[in-house]
Design a protein around this ligand. Structure first.
Ligand code: CA2
Length: 147
């Protein structure tokens, strides 16, 4: 069975509490539940982590291959736009990685228009709310299984 690491970046633990017009009404726990249901049907093993700390996210990505993960699904949240450390970790990790965003970052403030992660990701899915995650997981599984 494939093993996939799901990583939620900073402040995504607040989902469902504020800014529903941008991020939707679903809590992170609900999104995780959707992903677990999808994973069970697809017969894949998911490990889900959330952190507000850049270094911890870098460590999770850096250790993923050694821990026998075949792929990473990540919403890097605000670090998408700022973190060279996260980008370098993604570039070095040697795994298929799909970047997801709830919102369409290109339809928002200009500082969100640049992703440092997209150029080193296998692909990016954005703007579909919680569905970005389920589409992202499906895409990641396709990439891994067609390898
Ligand atoms: O659209 C996305 O998924 C983002 O990655 C979400 C980040 C944002 O910085 C990116 O530009 C786009 C923000 C995640 C924080 O979400 C909150 C949810 C509710 C209340 C406060 C923050």
């Amino acid at each position: 069975m494939e093993k996939i690491l799901v990583i939620h970046g900073p402040n995504l633990n607040l989902l469902g509490t504020r800014e529903p017009s941008i991020y939707g009404r679903l809590s992170l726990a609900k999104i995780n539940q959707m992903l677990k249901t999808q994973a069970r049907l697809a017969k894949v093993n998911l490990v889900i982590k959330q952190s507000n700390h850049e270094g911890q996210l870098v460590d999770l990505i850096g250790q993923a291959r050694k821990k026998k993960f075949q792929g990473i699904l990540i919403n890097p949240a605000a670090y998408t736009h700022t973190s060279v450390a996260l980008r370098d970790a993604v570039a070095a990790c040697g795994l298929s990685l799909v970047e997801v965003h709830l919102s369409n970052i290109y339809a928002r403030e200009e500082f969100r228009h640049k992703s440092l992660i997209s150029p080193v990701a296998s692909g990016t899915i954005l703007g579909f709310g919680a569905k970005s995650y389920t589409l992202g997981l499906a895409a990641l599984l396709d990439i891994i299984r067609l390898k």
